[in-house]
Design a protein. Sequence first.
Length: 181
Amino acid sequence: MPVASSLARQPLSVRWRSYRRGPCSRLPRAWRGWLLDSGSLTRRLKRASAGDFRVEVLFQGWSRPTLSEARALGIAPSQQVLVREVRLWGLGEPWVCARSIIPATTLTGPQRRLKFLGERPLGAVLFNDPSMHRGPIETAQLPLNGTRTRTRAWARRSVFRLEGKPLLVSEIFLPSLLQVQ
């Protein structure tokens, strides 16, 4: 079963591409809507599943970001971050694996609540916060862990800011998600 740690173990050759300015013709048509949607993924998945949606927490704890994650956040790779890896399920199928990187400096003031999400979706917090600003969406193709073949999946990531404090959310879209369209 693929897990969000595919994001943590990215080959150095993975290139994240921003589509803020360029054409999205390199993305498969079937995935464009999911990858480039700047709205709440949680809301969209809940709608697609008619409410049969849940969050499975795979890991949450303190660690260091990958070099790519540190660069995206503009922090030192040695900085402590809260890592949250989840699998998002709809209609009894795993649809998305996500990895959130939250610098310790972000977890102050009202943002302390991000440490205590449990099985609540992070997207519900982000998209209900009036101070939230989302940076450009970047996309990449990543290998999936736990598969016997060399399966690759499309992923996206964005830096979000709550009251100006950054966090990085990366999401891998699993093939089972295409079956709901």
